[in-house]
Design a protein around this ligand. Structure first.
Ligand code: 5AD
Ligand code: SF4
Length: 450
């Protein structure tokens, strides 16, 4: 019998990329073939994002194009997975006639059954949220590579007033430490060199006995040459214990993504972010003391309802105080069902855009200066791939998440850790000369215990 072929496109955050691997694992276990060619597929899935309106508009546009494929193949099943499925439910099927199947985050196990329903000509719908589903018994389908993701916390209980995620992904729940450590072990045995632990708020990880710092230690111990990264951290829940743990284990990367969202306490309160700028800057200061050389990135929203010009300047001010190495910067986008949706979206589009441009420009200048300051320094880079521009150069990353371009050397292979000396820098990229092959665990660490 011919196996049905499934093609999946993934949009949005790293959690969605990890979910797609879980979904492919489920499909693989159920006898489906996975394909990278949309034209020859029997089922097309879009794993979607709802975090901002433009993410959803992209999907509507894509459905227009994909719908055309049904003219040649009327049996083609088109499915929407993830946040848009959960948020829009039946309305999506009403609006987009080409959609046969909608499946939210906690019903992925039902996908094979729902595909059968769709093949029989009915609409397949699975959008119930669960308080317990973690998929920890499912082996994600991963191609060979160096980097992998593992979702360790699903859902979010923070309810930031602008954010749709608590509604689309439901309540927070954590996988058991044993299942995560086993997965890290298997990845290490397969030759992976980096694992990113994922959660909308990883710091709230708890399996009843272990907190997130305990989880990091357990993962770090699996393989000293396997780097561990994590995202996203919430400033309210990031503990000093976690900072000390990062400082202690060389393979826990010296990089923290710590979204600030706004530089104004009044706006933060309206966003329900539950911390003040003073508290936030306190974490940054302690982290820099405890983990020398640690880098930070952030998320920033410009033009939240009622944000004044002065408050926008406060955001620029906090950026120049922290001096982020990287930032993801967005215009506020009202999301139906959230608390902020009931606030008037009163900042005109052109003001939001101008503020966002100022934020982006400032961030670029800061990152450029930071990176210029790294010229002449040495660091350890995991060689990840050939550079996008030329096969004569490798591209890799430091523990601090900086991209480094270095010349291909005969004895160096993808997957090696190498020591480099930085000789050139832009705001986004460092350029290094190769010094020698090394091990990640030889990295020098100064642990300042307070
Ligand atoms: N509008 C703009 N940005 C948003 N984010 C979340 N919701 C919205 C929204 N409604 C941003 C936040 C979050 C990141 C993942 O997306 O900065 O940290
Ligand atoms: Fe959304 Fe806030 Fe949860 Fe992040 S912490 S997913 S911004 S509600």
């Amino acid at each position: 019998m011919n196996k049905n072929k499934v093609y999946i496109e993934t949009y949005g955050c790293q959690m969605n990329l990890a979910d797609t691997e879980v979904i492919m694992g489920i499909l693989n276990n159920n006898g489906y073939e996975l394909t990278k060619e949309i034209e020859s597929s029997d089922v097309v899935f879009l794993n979607t994002c709802s975090v901002r309106d433009n993410a959803e508009q992209r999907i509507h546009g894509r459905l227009g194009t994909i719908g055309v494929l049904k003219q040649n193949n009327p049996n083609l099943v088109i499915g929407i997975l993830g946040c848009m499925a959960e948020r829009l439910r039946n309305d999506l099927i009403e609006k987009e006639k080409v959609v046969d199947l909608i499946v939210g985050h906690d019903e992925y196990r039902k996908i094979p059954e729902l595909i059968d329903i769709a093949f029989s000509g009915e609409k397949g719908i699975g959008v119930k949220l669960s308080r317990t589903e973690t998929y920890e018994d499912i082996e994600p389908y991963r191609e060979e590579g160096l980097s992998a993701w593992i979702s360790v916390v699903r859902g979010c209980d923070k309810f930031c007033t602008y954010c749709v995620v608590p509604f689309t992904r439901g309540r927070e729940r954590s996988s058991k430490i044993e299942s995560i450590v086993d997965e890290v072990q298997r990845l290490s045995e397969r030759g992976f060199r980096e694992v990113t632990l994922l959660g909308q708020n990883v710091n709230s990880y708890s399996d009843g006995e272990n907190d997130f710092a305990d989880l990091l230690v357990a993962c770090a111990k699996v393989d000293k040459n396997l780097r561990i990264r994590f995202t996203t951290s919430h400033p309210q829940d990031l503990s000093d214990k976690l900072l000390y743990v990062i400082a202690e284990y060389p393979n826990l990367c010296n990089y923290i993504h710590l979204p600030v969202q706004s530089g104004s306490d009044r706006v933060l309160e309206k966003m329900n972010r539950t911390y003040s700028i003073e508290h936030y800057l306190g974490i940054i200061e302690r982290a820099r003391k405890i983990i020398p050389g640690v880098t930070f990135s952030t998320d920033i929203i410009s033009g939240f309802p009622t944000e004044t010009e002065e408050e926008h300047k406060m955001t620029l001010d906090v950026m120049s105080k922290v001096r982020y190495d990287g930032a993801f910067m967005f215009k506020y986008s009202p999301r139906e069902g959230t608390r902020a949706y009931k606030m008037e979206d009163d900042i005109p589009e052109e003001v939001k855009s101008r503020r966002l441009t100022e934020i982006i420009d400032q961030q670029q200048k800061i990152a450029y200066k930071i990176n210029q300051g790294l010229i002449g320094t040495e660091d350890i880079v995991l060689v990840e791939n050939f550079s996008k521009k030329s096969n004569q150069f490798y591209s890799g990353r430091t523990s601090t998440n900086k991209i480094v371009i270095l010349p291909v050397a005969e004895n160096v292979q993808i997957g090696d850790y190498v020591k480099v000396k930085i000789y050139k820098a832009t705001s986004a990229t460092l350029f290094g000369e190769f010094l020698k092959i090394t091990d990640v665990y030889k990295k020098h660490k100064n642990v300042n215990v307070a």
